[in-house]
Design a protein around this ligand. Structure first.
Ligand code: MTE
Ligand code: MOS
Length: 761
């Protein structure tokens, strides 16, 4: 690496900006293939029922209908899943929620397909449904899946909580709940599947984790992985949301393409998307905390139920992240945490930015403020008193052998927010006013990358072509977070060339081996390391190629400013393109592949302890609000957000993530909820689902804290999800500061602010 970074740490414009702003980027719904058919789905009419008969006869007779698939037509296994194989793209004997599909029709037009769907008649025998996750484990509750209604149960055990409570001066018990949240990405899900004459099935789609989708397609369609190509087109946002549901769409379109030999397009309308695709898990959280009168935390006992809905999806991993992070970033000697995810007949739930942390972060950070109030202590002081520091042991028994920057992020956000002054003055200033101001904060620690429940490794290919252009490929994808630009910057840095030479190609399972999912904010730390190593390898080969011409050893060279030059005598150089030519003329291989494995970590599921992540990031949001106590309206005046990202490879991209994550968190805190009644969604389109816009958050000031980590490229860690977990509790704490009323259930909407409860329930 050059001593001074040229491109890493700078903010060049995004490499995909042009196609996005001109509208030229090709999204899946834009794809047109010759002879393409259009598909529509026949959905379940009950949240829980046995399917007795599906009559497709009159639909088949409709002119223009090419094929109708039901579960009987599935060539492979009936169901798939990231952890538990329970998700059925076409319902067989049972429907388990109102988003299930019983049949899918391919026709010459979408209109005909829609008409055919209406002609399909299904006979059901209704089964008793389960909607309340707190009742799902009752012995009397109907079993939604053969193995019963428990999806998973994770725990952490540290010390002896009973001892901790008996030594405590104060014990508090509090219940919190969080709601079902929709990803609400701009683009609803879309795929086009086409089986080629060579028997290879290609599925273009708005995919997130392309290898997960390939695994599902291969399993259900009974095809070898070598004959399935999953290609990601441009994606209009995903936020964890375009995985399982994309597998479902891909399987349905794939089967119709195999039946007809023609390309098949399946595009969800927003109504389909809301009804069918997974949401953020609603949580019911019970916290019991014991502490000394001076605020020192002694014990925490936590019990959580998560509503997994009809299918397990990512529930086992989501709730595992919750169990690890449930106490918040504090020294707690005695910890006992249990998290259970259960099946219900509600829409299923899965990965969503934060992945099980926003729920526990809301509860634990609300609790910290409740404790502070009980002790008449400043919430910031209480956190400083208990926060994890270098070398401390976490709730899972892990010693933190890196720079623990909680104090830095707290200070970075609280200082500019004028925390102390506002905290002290607002209560007095608010007296007698209908519109009251408040300021609140929340902080977090977050395990980087997949953690000990998965295998974490990924690969990268870097290729230099004869004309000096370069492409970089990994199995990780762009979905708006800026990955393409980050990876091109890293390759440009190491090869010492201009960004303009580099193209990112990593959207196709046939280009490179399985590099794992694009989740857990792991791309920069994992994929970035692989790209960097592959580029360094190629640089070394170029150094060899110019060795004679420069009359020097590779160890004396550097690659900078499009030149391979002598470090001690930069005037002596070979231009990059000339070096490429020399290498190729010698028959050298200018293609390199590098595989990056995460450092060792472990988790003992039985004991509930371990070193679940190889490193952590730290973040803090301070939110200032104005609450109209007559209307219940909460105005977020400003958010100060500080995140330790290790090293910002592209500071503008980091700031983009901080702002986007904070706004998403404010949405969860104040506005958003997918309401259901008896498994049926009241939220059928985005006209009655409010997400915050830029105008709903007065301003966001971001602070990038950099403590380079030994495991990340240039010290970089992650930022995509932590930005989303601290905003809701910061806002909740600010509302409590303004009004003196603690709201323990999300979202903190008008009714809850005014009446302390929600009108609709
Ligand atoms: N930002 C944008 N613009 N679009 C997205 O879909 N997904 C989020 C986050 N930020 C997302 C996003 C989620 S859920 C994750 S896990 C990370 O980005 C993944 O990207 P990374 O690994 O590059 O951080
Ligand atoms: Mo993000 S929820 O890990 O895709």
């Amino acid at each position: 690496m050059s001593e001074v970074l040229k491109i890493v740490g700078k903010s060049p414009p995004r490499v995909d900006a042009g196609e996005k702003v001109t509208g030229e980027a090709l999204f899946s719904a834009d794809i047109l293939r010759p002879g393409m058919l259009h598909a529509r789905v026949k959905r379940s009419e009950f949240p829980h029922a046995r399917i007795l008969n599906i009559d497709t006869a009159s639909a088949r007779r409709l002119k223009g209908v090419a094929a109708i698939a039901t579960a009987e037509d599935i060539p492979g296994e009936p169901a798939f899943g990231g952890v538990i194989h329970d998700n059925q793209p076409l319902a067989g004997d049972r429907v388990r929620y109102l988003g299930d599909a019983v049949a899918v029709v391919a026709a010459e037009s979408e209109k005909i397909a829609e008409k055919a769907v209406r002609l399909i008649k299904v006979e059901y025998e209704e089964l008793p449904p389960v909607f309340d996750p707190r009742r799902s484990l009752d012995p009397a509750a109907e079993k939604i899946h053969p193995g019963g209604n428990l999806i998973c149960h994770h725990k952490t055990r540290k010390g002896d909580v009973e001892k901790g409570f008996s030594e405590s001066d104060i014990v508090l018990e509090r219940q919190y709940s969080t709601q079902r949240v929709e990803h609400a990405y701009i683009e609803p899900e879309a795929v086009v599947a086409e089986i080629g004459p060579d028997g290879v099935l290609t599925v273009w789609g708005s995919h997130q984790s392309i290898y997960n989708i390939r695994a599902a397609v291969c399993r259900v369609l009974g095809l070898p992985m070598s004959r399935v190509r999953i290609v990601q087109t441009a994606v209009g946002g995903s936020f964890g949301g375009k995985d399982d549901c994309m597998s479902v769409l891909s399987v349905r379109a794939g089967i119709l393409s195999m039946m007809t030999g023609r390309p098949v397009r399946l595009v969800n309308r927003r109504e389909d998307s809301l009804r069918e695709t997974y949401k953020r898990h609603p949580y019911y959280l019970s916290y019991k905390v014991g502490l000394k009168r001076d605020g020192t935390l002694l014990a925490m006992e936590i019990d959580i139920i998560a509503d997994g809905g009809a299918y397990a999806s990512m529930s086992p991993f989501v709730t595992w992240r919750s169990v690890v992070h449930a106490t918040g970033p504090y020294r707690v000697p005695h910890v006992k945490t249990d998290v259970r995810a259960v099946y219900t007949n509600n829409v299923y739930t899965g990965a969503f930015r934060g992945f099980g942390s926003p729920q526990v972060c809301f509860a634990s950070e609300s609790l910290m403020d409740e404790i502070a109030r009980e002790l008449s202590m400043d919430p910031l002081q209480l956190r400083r008193k208990n926060m994890l520091r270098d070398g401390d042991i976490t709730a899972t028994g892990q010693r933190l052998n890196h720079r623990v920057s909680l104090n830095e992020v707290l200070t970075a956000a609280a200082g500019p927010a004028a925390w102390e002054k506002k905290r002290k003055n607002y209560p007095g200033e608010n007296t007698g006013k209908a519109v009251k101001k408040g300021i609140g904060l929340a902080c977090s620690y977050r395990g980087v990358a997949l953690g000990a429940e998965g295998v974490d490794a990924t690969g990268a290919i870097v290729r230099i072509h004869a004309d000096g252009s370069v492409d970089v490929c990994t199995g990780l994808v762009e979905m708006g977070q800026g990955l393409k630009t980050i990876f091109c910057q890293i390759a440009a840095e190491e090869l010492g060339i201009d960004l303009g030479r580099i193209a990112y190609r990593g959207n196709d399972t046939s280009l490179i081996v399985d590099g794992g999912p694009t989740v857990a904010s792991r791309s920069t730390v994992m994929g970035g390391s692989a790209v960097r190593a592959a580029a360094i390898e190629l640089r070394g080969r170029l150094f060899q190629a110019v060795s004679t011409e420069l009359g020097a050893e590779p160890s004396e060279m550097e690659s900078r400013d499009e030149k391979i030059r002598l470090r001690k005598n930069p005037e002596k150089f070979v231009p990059f393109l000339r070096a490429v030519t020399l290498a190729l003329d010698r028959g050298m291989d200018l293609h390199s592949f590098s595989w990056h494995e995460a450092p060792p970590i472990w988790w003992d599921e039985e004991k509930g302890e371990g070193d679940p992540y190889f490193t952590y990031v730290y973040g803090c949001d301070v939110a200032e609000v104005e609450v109209d106590t007559e209307t219940g309206r909460v105005n977020v005046l400003k958010v100060w957000a500080a995140h330790d990202v290790g090293k910002a490879i592209n500071p503008a991209a980091v700031r983009g993530q901080i702002c986007g994550g904070a706004v998403m968190g404010v949405g969860m805190g104040l506005l958003e909820e997918v309401e259901t009644k008896e498994g049926s969604l009241r939220t059928v389109n985005l006209d009655n689902y409010l997400i915050p816009t830029a105008l709903d958050v007065g301003g966001i000031e971001s602070f990038i804290v950099e403590n380079p980590d030994k495991f990340g490229p240039y010290g970089g860690k992650s930022v995509g999800e932590p930005t989303c977990e601290v905003a809701a509790p910061a806002v909740a704490n600010a509302v409590a500061h303004a009004t003196g009323k603690r709201i323990r259930d999300l979202p903190i909407n008008l009714e809850r602010v005014v009446l302390g409860r929600k009108l609709s329930k």
